[in-house]
Design a binder for this molecule. Structure first.
Ligand code: AAO
Length: 512
């Protein structure tokens, strides 16, 4: 009997590792701060036609609204209730978006903030996205409702109630993260409120969750909450499908808490991935691209079936959270395209592409004083919609990395090579490397300060292929470089280090 229960739990856990994507689609894009109406349109006009599997959306529930600083992006990480009105739109707009994205086979994954409510000392009143009254001073959130006894204060033993020492796991879980009122998830009542919130979203049709600040919650509490989740809505998913869970656990040089404590519950964000890839591409600490021959578990990352990977995220692209200066973002477009393409070509992990907005960076002593700035907004603080330019890029400060040709085409590459092994590795013992994915795709990088000129075994069937980095296949012609693969699978590659994008990728569907 015990064995059966164990097997059932194990089975459920593994099911929560599956992103439930459709039509062989493999990648997620984080449309950070976008309005629901824009996401709905993007699913239909761009994401579905270009093979994106799903979208990570910003927290949809009621959050605090701040004047100082003015409407920071991070106000959405300070919940006030589980009502579904936020800076991104109303409940009906959310529902419409989930329906329209599902109808074109694009999944929605919701960023959920269940570790805490708003920050201490944020006053009381109706400065919240649905206009609900709350009091941070009295720990009173009537529209959940939560009151003082639903918070962890009595369990935390630091002087000011905040996490002071990241090496003390109990503090990290029972005290306040940067002053945020820490919910008592050991209480059945709190668990049930959180589960109701998740189930409302599941029933609306979402495919899973990015769980914020998991490191700050006990795995046993999360296990209980996840166990209460409904199966996915059978209107769009096979019956018995479990929500996809990916948990934010940051594990840099922090010996007290490990991702391994959470991997039985779902996937975990692998923060080392972007930090190391950035270090390699920047050639810091003597790193070389050729050292990535055993990229993945060989680099000390968590086991492949447990990882959610990304080059940058909404925190570390602006100096919040860890990873620091090595993280490669859209501010370094050339390196960013290479990093994201390396990630998408490589089989390790479930991949998430970042889609950002610009802000006015202002560095003082290497710290960006404007790291709080919210999405492009109107003067009343409402978020601007995302205009699409004639060249398919976005306007009004929306960066839309996911629409950059190179990145979009590599999302397709990943779908085309899905399930194929990492193969035909080549390197020059420096920063020129190449690898294939069985007989379905091949990619070559030149991150050295000199030209690449080499003949390689691609493992691909003979023919002429269109490079999807310098251009793409349009009908029967190619707008970029053409690569000739011989009957023996060998092809000649020439990549100047001065190319705008010093890498080349071909795949089965880019054959002319
Ligand atoms: C805002 C204000 C605060 C104010 C607070 C409450 O900025 O001044 O006190 O309101 O009124 C976001 C923003 C926060 C914002 C918050 C609420 O980033 O600035 O606070 O919304 O509005 C930790 C957590 C991790 C978290 C990350 C940012 O473990 O969960 O900090 N990420 C998520 C979200 C994030 C959000 C929250 C959580 C909260 O993605 O957007 O915050 O909902 C170490 C630890 C990490 C820790 C970092 C940063 O990392 O290991 O666990 O992450 O520190 O504190 C080296 C080390 C590495 C270290 C790193 C940074 O790399 O190797 O270990 O340095 O020190």
């Amino acid at each position: 009997m015990k064995l059966l229960i164990l097997l059932a739990l194990f089975g459920l856990g593994l099911a929560q590792h599956n992103p439930n994507t459709k039509h062989g689609r493999t990648s997620i894009v984080h449309l950070f701060g976008w309005r629901w109406a824009d996401i709905a349109a993007e699913c239909e006009r761009f994401l579905a036609p270009n093979g994106f599997g799903g979208v990570q959306i910003s927290p949809p529930n009621e959050h605090i609204v701040l004047d100082s600083p003015w409407r920071p992006w991070w106000q959405r990480y300070q919940p006030v209730s589980y009502k579904l009105c936020s800076r991104s739109g109303s409940e009906s707009e959310l529902r419409d978006m989930i329906t329209r994205c599902n109808n074109v086979g694009v999944n929605i994954y919701v960023d959920i903030v269940i570790n805490h409510m708003c920050g201490a000392g944020r006053g009381e009143g109706t400065h919240s996205s649905c206009g609900t009254w709350f009091s941070s001073d009295r720990e009173n959130f009537p529209s959940v409702p939560y009151s003082r006894s639903d918070f962890n204060d009595h369990k935390c033993n630091t002087a000011d109630g905040n996490i002071e020492n990241y090496e003390d796991a109990k503090q990290v879980r029972d005290c306040r993260l940067v002053g945020l009122l820490d919910l008592s998830l050991e209480k059945d009542y709190v668990r049930s409120k959180v589960a109701d919130f998740l189930n409302e979203l599941i029933d609306m049709g979402v495919a899973g969750f990015r769980v914020d600040a998991c490191k700050h919650m006990w795995p046993r509490d999360l296990s209980d909450v996840y166990g209460r989740m409904h199966n996915l809505n059978t209107k769009w998913f096979p019956s018995g499908s479990r929500p996809f869970i990916f948990q934010e656990v940051i594990d840099f040089e922090n010996p007290s808490i490990w991702p391994e404590e959470y991997v039985h519950l779902g996937r975990v964000t692998e923060f080392k991935y972007g930090a190391k890839l950035g270090t390699v591409l920047r050639k810091w600490n003597g790193e070389k691209l050729s050292y990535t021959k055993n990229w993945g578990e060989g680099w000390g990352f968590m086991s492949e079936g447990n990882a959610l990977v990304f080059v940058d995220n909404h925190d570390n692209q602006r100096g919040h959270g860890p990873g620091g200066a090595s993280i490669v973002t859209f501010w370094d477009p050339k390196l960013h395209k290479m990093a994201v393409s390396y990630m998408l070509a490589h089989p390790y992990g479930v991949t998430r592409v970042m889609s950002s907005f610009r802000w006015d960076r202002h560095f003082v002593n290497e710290k960006d004083e404007n790291d709080w700035m919210g999405p492009p907004s109107n003067s009343d603080g409402s978020t601007k919609s995302v205009p699409i330019n004639t060249d398919q890029t976005c306007g009004d400060g929306w960066v839309c990395e996911h629409r950059w040709r190179q990145i979009k085409n590599m999302v397709i590459f990943r779908n085309v090579v899905n399930g194929q092994p990492h193969s035909n590795w080549w390197d020059n013992q420096s920063n020129q490397v190449a690898f294939g994915r069985g007989n379905r795709g091949f990619i070559v990088f030149n991150n050295d300060d000199w030209n690449l000129d080499v003949t390689l075994n691609t493992g691909m069937p003979g023919g002429t292929y269109c490079d999807v980095i310098s251009g793409e296949k349009k009908g029967s012609s190619c707008t970029g470089k053409k690569i000739q693969v011989g009957g023996d699978g060998r092809a000649h590659f020439k990549i100047s280090n001065r190319d705008e994008d010093p890498f080349v990728a071909i795949h089965a569907d880019s054959k002319l």
